[in-house]
Design a protein around this ligand. Structure first.
Ligand code: ARG
Length: 432
């Protein structure tokens, strides 16, 4: 490992201890490296604005930071165990290239606010992506709800056949769910959109740092004002983002469960596109829905990440190295969760219904509720109508489309209310 930023003369660095301290940290910092560089640029600008750097020094730092970002992106610079962490790597590179000017970059900042701001920018990026994929999922579901409004589907409660439902109702449910999930991403984005840079180690510094400038330059909606709270928000804001992702993954888990049932031989309502299935190493007849199963499983990984971060936050105020472990959980949880979600829109676009199997599953008992309500609408007290309709002798093959059409209150089969969902979704679209 290269020289440590904080190394003291006469104190031996023990390799095993260093390895324990650094762990996988420097590799995780690859995730945040470009954000760290971006924040370093804003910090340098701020230093120039208060006279710590002159114009030439700033220009040189900005040039080298940009070059480093390019080298990193194109693989000419590899962030690896030669460095203690990403922060040290940036500083070392600036010192190597610029000498004394490089040594000025860390004036007025700590790795504590450096890691906070880099993580914060990363969170904002991920929440934007979360919003985008939720919007895209809702778009697909809404379009299919309109196109398949009258395609019957059995409706279940307790996994028992209950009433006639429709593909339209099924799709509209996911459309509204993912609109809510997109909204949650937007709300959480606004919540975490606060600049911690300038809080230093958590107690400020004896410089008039231009925090308004770094807040603007980094595109934050507001400054995180209290220097000590900036540190307290580490992990807490990560949990906020994980919870936003969790809302989408909870829906994904239930959607994947539906598809897992619907694609089984017993139901047979849905055929998955072949590329979303795998074969068996021993059973030549199998086409397994592994993709939807791993989609279903991602919530478990996110829940584990959430638990780890939450446990780490059992700390007094101020920075503690414990917080370093929040990065692994965050990166892992988001990686799995977003990986699953980003496959979802195409999966939904391409799945096919099997009309025959669906029709075969619609049985006379599923019209009993319609019958009871019909009798009640004609004036019979509902409890009497219910008793009459409970008699299997009253059940007959029904017309699923008629049953759906009669479901005329907003949000049900005959009146899906897709225009209302459309208006909400339009407000959430990105770049429109
Ligand atoms: N790797 C560290 C972390 O993630 C960076 C901050 C180190 N700060 C310190 N005071 N040791 O927390």
């Amino acid at each position: 490992m290269s020289d440590l930023l904080w190394q003291k003369p006469g104190v031996k660095v023990d390799a095993r201890i260093q390895e324990f301290l650094a762990g996988e940290d420097v590799l995780l910092d690859r995730e945040f490296f470009l954000h760290d560089i971006q924040a370093s640029r804003a910090h340098a600008e701020g230093l120039q604005r208060i006279g710590i750097l002159d114009g030439d020094e700033l220009e040189a730092l900005l040039r080298e930071l940009e070059a480093l970002a390019g080298d990193f992106t194109e693989g000419r610079f590899v962030l690896d165990a030669r460095y203690e962490d990403g922060h040290s790597a940036i500083e070392q590179r600036l010192v190597e290239r610029l000498g004394d000017t490089g040594k000025k970059i860390h004036t007025g900042r700590s790795r504590n606010d450096q890691v906070l701001v880099a993580t914060r920018l990363w969170l904002k990026d991920r929440l934007l992506r979360l919003q985008a994929v939720c919007v895209e999922t809702a778009e697909v579901a809404l379009a299919r709800a309109g196109a398949e409004a009258m395609l019957p589907l059995p409706g279940y409660t307790h996994l028992q056949r209950a009433v006639v439902s429709s593909a339209g109702m099924w799709w509209a449910a996911w459309a509204e769910g993912f609109i809510d999930n997109a909204q949650r991403a937007v709300d959480t984005l606004a919540w975490v959109d606060a600049n911690p840079l300038g809080s230093a180690a958590g107690y400020g510094v004896n410089l008039p740092l231009d925090r308004e400038h770094t807040t603007r330059a980094l595109g934050f909606g507001r400054m995180q004002v209290a220097a000590t709270y900036a540190q307290l928000s580490r992990g807490k804001f990560e949990l906020g983002a994980i919870d936003a992702l969790g809302m989408a993954l909870l829906d994904l888990r239930r959607l994947a469960w539906d598809l897992s049932l619907f694609t089984s031989g017993e139901y047979g309502f849905v055929t998955l596109p072949a590329e979303y299935t795998t074969g068996s190493s021993i059973m030549p007849n199998k086409r397994n829905p592994d993709v939807i199963e791993l989609m279903r499983a991602t919530y478990a990984s996110l829940a584990a990440a959430r638990a780890e971060i939450e446990q780490l936050l059992s700390l007094p105020s101020g920075y503690h190295r414990d917080l370093q472990f929040s990065k692994g959980a965050l990166v892992h949880g988001f990686g799995r969760g977003m990986g699953a979600l980003e496959l979802l829109p195409d999966l939904l676009r391409n799945l096919d219904w099997n009309r025959e199997r669906i029709d075969a599953a619609l049985e006379p008992s599923m019209y009993a509720t319609d019958l009871a309500v019909e009798l009640a609408a004609k004036g019979m007290p509902f409890r009497d109508a219910y008793k009459q309709a409970a008699d299997p002798a009253q059940w007959a093959e029904g017309d699923p489309v008629k049953s759906l059409e009669a479901r005329s209150s907003t949000g049900s089969g005959g009146a899906l209310g897709l225009d209302i969902l459309r208006r909400r979704l339009d407000l959430l679209g990105i770049g429109e």
